[in-house]
Design a protein around this ligand. Structure first.
Ligand SMILES: Cc1cc2nc3c(=O)[nH]c(=O)nc-3n(C[C@H](O)[C@H](O)[C@H](O)COP(=O)(O)O)c2cc1C
Length: 204
């Protein structure tokens, strides 16, 4: 089959796009609002864009009933800081709970029954149970095209300025990612887990 997203002519029950760009890592983003109240939410339009210096980006979309930017974006633009916590299989339920649409200023750490731990270089706390956290400084927000009136799409870029890795993940000087089984998003309501690894050398 072939379809053009702008024409929505896929003929399927659900838009297949998000089932095709997979698996998407989940940026589990903690931030503070201007009054210092914590916020936590998962974003699967998330990835690393560069390594030196490390830069990450996440995409946030407003639905019709949402009139304002999502709290994570608004907080990051107001304070200039955020943390990306690694969502693992063991944390799937609190990760999902933290996606609840709570009123601005509500603390998803409390809602998802998650303990916090302070960050080193930025003010937003980390998820204590997450084995990896990236402390980030906001670089810029780019407004993306949007075909739906009343909605909007943004990409929020951040530079990673501090990285926490649970010592238990380091084996022979390398991160053994299978020890923490990162969670990733597929299409529809589906998820996957990083539970196998193979290596391949680059061509000369
Ligand atoms: C696994 C998962 C991935 C999500 N990815 C995104 C995303 O990439 N972009 C987005 O706008 N919302 C995404 N959401 C929905 C947000 O998490 C949800 O709207 C949340 O309430 C936003 O919180 P905030 O307003 O505190 O930032 C995702 C939800 C889940 C459960």
């Amino acid at each position: 089959m072939f379809y053009q997203p702008q024409l929505r002519d896929h003929g399927l029950r659900h838009d297949p796009f998000k089932a095709l760009v997979v698996p998407r890592p989940i940026g589990w983003i903690s931030s503070l609002d201007a009054a210092g109240r914590p916020n936590l939410a998962p974003y699967s339009f998330f990835n690393a864009m560069a390594a030196d210096p490390p830069v990450v980006v996440f995409g946030t979309s407003l639905r019709p009933r949402e009139t304002a930017r999502k709290d994570s974006q608004a907080n990051i633009e107001a304070t200039g800081e955020f943390v990306v916590n690694l969502a693992t299989e063991a944390l799937k339920d609190p990760m999902n709970a933290s996606a609840a649409s709570l009123p601005a200023g509500s603390d998803e750490f409390v809602h998802a029954k998650l303990a916090t731990v302070p960050s080193r270089l930025v003010k937003p706390p980390r998820v204590a149970a997450s084995p990896v956290a990236l402390e980030c400084r906001h670089l810029q927000t780019v407004e993306l095209p949007c075909d739906n009136p009343g909605r909007a799409n943004y990409a929020v870029f951040g530079q990673v300025i501090g990285i926490h890795i649970d010592d238990g993940l380091i084996v022979d000087g390398k991160v053994d990612i299978l020890r923490c089984r990162p969670l990733a998003r597929l299409g529809y309501m589906d998820y996957t887990v990083v539970d196998s690894v193979f290596a391949m050398d680059r061509p000369a």
